[in-house]
Design a protein around this ligand. Structure first.
Ligand code: HEC
Length: 204
């Protein structure tokens, strides 16, 4: 009986020790988590996100995409038909820079904390208001990021066409890029009123 008691006491001691141990472990886990959150907050604070999405589009995304779209085209005027395509090494290198700019611009676009547009941006009919776009950016940031990543994947097709020096594949990638722009725009900028995902906006 005594022996049993001793064993019991010993195991209780062990359980108590285990309890203390797991308490310590969970304190440590809490501390690690707090540190990770603080680290993340510090990282976010280190980025300047005061440039709006609209400005990023205008300064980086649009010019880079235009260069890619204009690179392979058939243009006819009074002088005849010009079949435009990259020909020299310099042409291809220039295009590669634009494709990289477009991919990286999407990393900037998807950063949390940006506003859609400067405060005084006029809104023609058909566009959401800046407040509505900002609302969507925070309530459905995941969808926004998915569109930006889709844009990156699509632009990688252009990059690979450029690296293969393949104008036909570059032309095709250009069309895919166009759809990737539009799919984000119709969701976050000038949505189709019939889109069921955006019905909640009508109540505002
Ligand atoms: C992840 C979403 C997303 C993708 C992808 C995207 N855009 Fe945008 N874009 C926006 C949003 C949101 C706005 C509206 C910003 C505003 O007016 O508040 C916008 C606005 C614009 C504007 C208007 C800029 C201005 O000065 O008024 C242009 C031009 C534009 N985008 C071009 C493009 C092109 C070209 C592509 C594809 C190569 C593209 N965007 C891809 C989200 C996106």
């Amino acid at each position: 009986m005594r022996r049993h008691l001793i064993t019991l006491a010993a195991s209780l001691g062990a359980i108590a020790a285990l309890g203390a141990c797991s308490e310590k472990a969970s304190e440590q886990a809490d501390a690690n988590q707090a540190e990770a959150v603080q680290g993340k907050a510090a990282q976010i604070a280190a980025f300047d996100t005061s440039t709006s999405i609209k400005e990023l589009m205008d300064s980086t995304v649009d010019p880079a995409a235009d260069a890619i779209w204009d690179s392979v085209a058939t243009v006819s005027d009074k002088n005849g038909v010009d079949r435009r395509q990259p020909r020299t090494e310099e042409d291809w290198k220039g295009l590669r820079r634009h494709a990289i700019t477009l991919i990286e611009a999407m990393n900037l676009v998807m950063m949390k904390g940006r506003h859609a547009a400067p405060a005084d941006t006029p809104r023609p009919p058909g566009e959401l208001s800046s407040a509505q776009i900002d609302g969507l950016l925070s309530s459905d940031h995941e969808t926004f990021v998915a569109f930006a990543q889709n844009m990156q994947n699509t632009t990688r097709l252009a990059l690979s066409a450029i690296d293969k020096r393949d104008p036909a594949a570059l032309f095709e990638a250009g069309s895919a890029i166009d759809s990737a722009c539009e799919s984000c725009h119709v969701t976050f900028w000038y949505p189709d009123g019939g889109d069921p995902r955006l019905q909640h906006l009508k109540k505002k």
